[in-house]
Design a protein around this ligand. Structure first.
Ligand SMILES: *[C@@H]1O[C@H](CO)[C@@H](O)[C@H](O)[C@H]1NC(C)=O
Ligand SMILES: *[C@@H]1O[C@H](CO)[C@@H](O)[C@H](O)[C@H]1NC(C)=O
Ligand SMILES: *[C@@H]1O[C@H](CO)[C@@H](O)[C@H](O)[C@H]1NC(C)=O
Ligand SMILES: *[C@@H]1O[C@H](CO)[C@@H](O)[C@H](O)[C@H]1NC(C)=O
Length: 218
């Protein structure tokens, strides 16, 4: 039940978050990586082991709908719907993973994710009704292509194909990578209130041992 005291507490919390946002442009944390290959139209990054909070979404074939539904639940989690009632700072990007190899009745299988800062060695457990999962990535390599504007159902496939083409060219050239064909992700770095200068990326896992910088030199 929401008491008046609690409501005013929530208002203060929201004001603090707003001040945090306005306070510093670089205050929002992102997962860390090193660049192991840099080309004109894509790069390969080695990401460290990281923790994420993940919202599975099913029953739609719309990337936009899935992202909205998943982000709504993640937003509740970081605003206190967790077993510790902790307020967790927002991170970037909002990552939507699309599993192409599991098209089910109602559409594809999606996971919408937010990175959890390393300060949470044990991140708070989500409230069960949100149907969220804590998720740990091993260190691995990702091929990344940037694009601007809004990420939408009618432009993400074009960006995905462009990245795949770049990777295939690379395979014919001096290096070879094995891409994961079953799934890919769209990373969005800006809130929907920012209409210009938006940064998005399409990500595909690529393999090779991390020690060799992901690439198998011929
Ligand atoms: C994608 O779906 C397939 C089939 O259900 C499953 O085997 C695979 O693990 C899924 N991949 C990811 C990244 O969730
Ligand atoms: C959550 O609460 C438990 C029990 O009070 C505590 O042991 C744990 O450290 C807390 N975790 C976080 C991430 O705050
Ligand atoms: C990429 O690889 C990581 C680490 O193996 C895995 O946890 C993640 O599900 C993969 N992501 C996609 C989109 O397949
Ligand atoms: C969008 O996010 C990117 C990456 O964090 C940042 O460089 C850019 O300034 C942001 N755009 C706006 C309009 O804030």
């Amino acid at each position: 039940m929401e008491t008046p005291l609690m409501s005013s507490f929530l208002v203060i919390v929201h004001l603090l978050i707003l001040m945090f946002y306005l306070g510093g442009g670089n205050a929002i944390e992102s997962p860390q990586y090193t660049v192991v290959l840099s080309e004109s139209d894509f790069e390969v990054r080695l990401y460290r082991e990281t923790s994420w909070i993940s919202a599975p979404v099913q029953g739609t074939s719309s990337f936009k709908k899935a992202t909205k539904d998943g982000f709504h639940r993640l937003y509740k989690y970081i605003h206190g719907s967790n077993l510790n009632s902790s307020i967790i700072p927002i991170s970037a990007p909002v990552l939507t993973t699309i599993n192409a190899s599991s098209p089910n009745e109602g559409g594809s299988e999606y996971y919408v994710r937010l990175f959890l800062s390393a300060i949470y060695e044990k991140p708070p457990l989500p409230s069960p009704e949100l149907n969220l999962q804590l998720f740990k990535w091993k260190s691995h390599c990702i091929a990344v292509r940037e694009f601007s504007g809004f990420a939408k159902d009618d432009n993400i496939n074009k960006e995905l194909e462009a990245l795949k083409n770049s990777l295939n060219k690379q395979v014919d050239g001096k290096t070879s990578m094995v891409e994961d064909k079953s799934s890919y992700s769209i990373a969005q770095y800006n809130s929907s209130r920012e209409p210009t200068e938006r940064l998005n990326e399409v990500w595909i896992n690529v393999s090779g041992s991390a020690a060799e910088g992901c690439l198998n030199h011929k």
